[in-house]
Design a protein around this ligand. Structure first.
Ligand SMILES: Nc1ncnc2c1ncn2[C@@H]1O[C@H](COP(=O)(O)OP(=O)(O)OP(=O)(O)O)[C@@H](O)[C@H]1O
Ligand SMILES: [Mg+2]
Length: 413
């Protein structure tokens, strides 16, 4: 199990600080997920799945890193727990022939925590987990990757354990880029082809463990067959793999607004048109997603949908002040490496948040603003005798003169 999990952070980009090893270690010890009898037999060949978290515990864990997005946290926590319970029961011999997967679609503006939510959940997950951007795939697999590679990645991540891989989770980001809109705009027909290829995986497909394009793999498989090795299962079934997909779906709010205007009013039109982007996105329906350019069959296989809300100045302030993955830790670390202590005061954080809110790129705006404000500090201070400074409203408003003062004061001594 440990080898499975250890492979995850790299795949997800930078990991959040001090993530959940503590929780995982506690929980894993507490309650093995398979029934004792099954666990004993299974233990001969491979370790059983472990999972004892409840939805609220997962949501609490997500809350350490992700500010706001209560609904998304709820939906994700429930989907993950349901998936694990399903895996547990299946492993315990209780098959559910009519089980329907609760694949999840997360949508919402850019930079509000969609990917961050999944990344923060990733380390809690005791089954293999693979993340990829939908944009890297192409219909034929010749130019981009082949969607089947996702399944093969899952297999590798699970230490070449088919049983584990067959119960893994695949996270596909940027699915909105697969939409095919009017000719001349958006992605070309290839997006539709990728959606079609994904359909099979999301439902029930047998994926060969060796890619037909992988000549070396094919040769190795043939050699081992010739040597009369033990025949092994060469395909992986996707029936129980959970899919979580996300995308910014920019412009979706306009489609929803237009639909609401076109439908017979059951409330004054003024109110319906004055809805905020968040309120509009929260009302996204299957029809809107189809109008956006996704295939009905693709959308149909994503029954659980949740919209992430935009982040206002207060949220951004909390992202800086409360999130364990806050950017300020990165700056403290960067300056700390030169022996410079940075103190972030609340009025400074508030100003950074206010400026980031103007950017309109969610929490990503914080990075943009911090980069502008601290650029010269990062360049000049390491070679100075300054050993610390406070980030205040006046520093954020006029970084240049604060820096001059800081260096000037030091030089004057
Ligand atoms: N709600 C949040 N709470 C804490 N940090 C956040 C939040 N939203 C975003 N961030 C920070 O901003 C960064 C970018 O967010 P993220 O990658 O989740 O955006 P996204 O919603 O997936 O956007 P996109 O649609 O552009 O991919 C994250 O790495 C994280 O540091
Ligand atoms: Mg993202």
């Amino acid at each position: 199990m440990a080898d499975l999990i250890s492979g995850l952070p790299g795949a997800l980009g930078p990991t959040t600080k001090g993530v959940p090893r503590r929780i995982r270690a506690q929980k894993v010890e507490e309650e093995p997920i398979t029934k004792p009898g099954v666990a004993e037999t299974a233990a001969e060949s491979e370790p059983p799945f472990h999972f004892s978290l409840r939805p609220q515990e997962i949501a609490r864990h997500l809350g350490r890193f992700v500010i706001g997005q209560a609904e998304a946290k709820k939906v994700l926590s429930v989907a993950l727990c349901d998936h694990f319970q399903h895996v547990r029961l299946t492993e315990a011999g209780q098959t559910a022939p009519f089980y329907q997967k609760q694949n999840v679609l997360l949508l919402g503006p850019t930079g509000v925590g969609k990917t961050h939510l999944i990344r923060s959940a990733a380390e809690l997950i005791g089954v293999p987990f693979v993340k990829a951007d939908a944009t890297k795939f192409s219909e034929t697999g010749y130019v981009g990757g082949d969607v089947d590679d996702l399944i093969r990645d899952l297999y590798r991540r699970s230490g070449n354990n088919i049983r584990k891989a067959e119960h893994g989770i695949i996270y596909l980001d940027e699915v909105d880029k697969l939409a095919t809109r009017e000719p001349g705009s958006g992605r070309d027909v290839s997006g539709r082809g990728v959606q079609t290829n994904l359909l099979k995986l999301m439902e029930d497909a047998e994926v060969p463990l060796v890619s037909p394009n992988d000549m070396t793999g094919q040769l190795q498989a043939a050699m081992s067959a010739m040597r009369g090795g033990v025949p092994t299962k060469e395909t992986l079934n996707t029936r129980h793999i959970l899919f979580i997909v996300s995308g910014a779906f920019s412009g979706m709010e306009e489609l929803v607004r237009r639909r609401l205007l076109a439908t017979p009013p059951n409330e004054p039109q003024r109110r319906r048109t004055a809805l905020s982007i968040d309120a509009l996105l929260a009302q996204t329906t299957t029809a809107d997603l189809i109008a956006y350019g996704l295939e009905p069959e693709f959308i149909g296989r994503l029954p659980v949908r949740v919209a992430c809300h935009g982040l206002d100045e207060d949220d951004l302030f909390d992202v800086l002040r409360k999130s364990e993955s806050s950017l300020i830790h990165q700056y403290e670390r960067a300056f700390g490496a030169y022996g410079i202590a940075v103190e972030f005061r609340d009025d400074g954080l508030r100003s950074l948040a206010a400026r980031a809110a103007q950017e309109g790129t969610g929490a990503r705006g914080l990075m943009t603003v911090c980069e502008q404000v601290f650029r010269d500090f990062k360049f000049r201070l390491p070679s100075s005798r300054v050993k610390g400074f406070a980030v205040t409203e006046s520093l954020v408003r006029d970084p240049a003169s604060t820096l001059r003062k800081l260096l000037g004061l030091k030089q004057a001594r």
